[in-house]
Design a protein around this ligand. Structure first.
Ligand code: FO1
Length: 307
């Protein structure tokens, strides 16, 4: 059995690759960028993984449902609502049913399980916690929810800090803990280390369990050189005073991880990362095709057997 720690757009490709080469996959998903909008509870990272695994994901955008329409959003505009967060019609149904179930007393884990059944998704998708965690970005415009910072203000404001509100008190999902305990290998996907993986590592139970299994934890870098392959990972790392490269990433994960996969173009960092007591492997980490997703997944699993 393998467990993958996943955020959203930066993680879905390797999750898809792993699910196609391995039958027993559990995916622990971030909840820090969940967002309440129009009374609906939007869980981008859970949904991106579910849509990605059920062939519904809009691959061009990396989020939302492919070929979705936006009639609901246009109508909200008529009502004078802000519409910078582009919720499609089919996507809206996901948020609506989830919110209804939450209001009827079900927890996020069971709702997610139910959704996976409806969408015929094989791997177990496990929200890292059923409690609320909110990633907030401190900027010159003030303290913003991650979605406001990234989508509303297009990530333009200078970042001076990142907080994970609620993480301190959040209880780790017992299924996530069990999954880590029972897995032969735990993979930290190439998601944003500060906003996709970071919130999960702030939960005490998760961090403790990963540290215990540190010798079985493999991280895949989301960076090549000083820049992220997609999204703002490098920008957040610099804002947090962390070197925005695979070495900085290795330092961030050094309590919970012992093997790191970096891009072959970053081979010059190997010795420096090894000095942190890591095993370092390099290969092509970009995944532009389905074939590339499976190739990287196979590379991870092949090497996992020998660590
Ligand atoms: N990202 C955008 O850049 N613009 C959007 O309008 C947007 C809407 C949206 C709606 C539902 C959803 O599940 C995700 C959505 N995202 C959007 C992606 C999201 O902001 C982030 O990429 C993730 O939170 C990071 O994992």
């Amino acid at each position: 059995m393998i467990t993958v720690l996943a955020g959203g757009t930066g993680s879905v490709k390797i999750v898809r690759g792993l699910a196609s080469v391995e039958s027993d996959v559990n995916v622990i998903t971030n909840v820090g960028d969940n967002y309440w909008l129009y009374g609906l509870y939007v869980c981008p990272d859970i949904d991106t993984i579910i849509y990605g695994l059920s062939d519904r994901l809009d691959l061009d955008k990396g989020w939302g449902v492919k070929k979705d329409t936006f009639n609901f959003l246009h109508q909200m505009e008529v009502f004078g609502e802000e519409t910078w967060f582009r919720i499609g019609d089919r996507d809206a149904a996901t948020h609506l049913i989830r919110t209804n179930k939450l209001k009827n007393g079900e927890n996020l884990s069971n709702i997610t399980k139910w959704m996976c059944e409806r969408f015929a998704v094989g791997p177990n998708i496990i929200p890292v916690s059923d409690n609320s965690i909110e990633t907030r970005i401190t900027t010159s415009k003030g303290d913003l929810h991650l979605q406001e910072y990234w989508v509303k203000y297009r990530g333009r404001e200078e970042v001076t800090g990142i907080q994970y509100v609620g993480a301190e008190k959040a209880r780790a999902n017992p299924e996530a803990i069990q999954s880590i305990q029972n897995s032969d290998v735990i993979i930290i996907s190439p998601g944003n280390p500060l906003t996709s993986i970071g919130p999960m590592l702030q939960i005490k139970g998760i961090k403790k369990e990963l540290s215990r299994k540190k010798d079985r934890v493999i991280a895949i870098s989301p960076l090549i050189g000083d820049e992220s392959i997609t999204g703002p990972a490098a920008k957040y790392m610099r804002a947090a005073g962390i070197e925005s490269n695979a070495y900085g990433l290795a330092k961030m994960y050094s309590d919970v991880c012992s093997t790191i996969i970096i891009d072959s173009k970053d081979r010059n960092l190997t010795k420096k990362i090894q000095s942190l007591d890591y095993k370092v492997l390099d290969t092509k980490i970009t995944m532009k095709t389905k074939n590339a997703e499976e190739k990287l997944a196979s590379f991870v699993l092949k090497n996992a057997r020998s660590i």
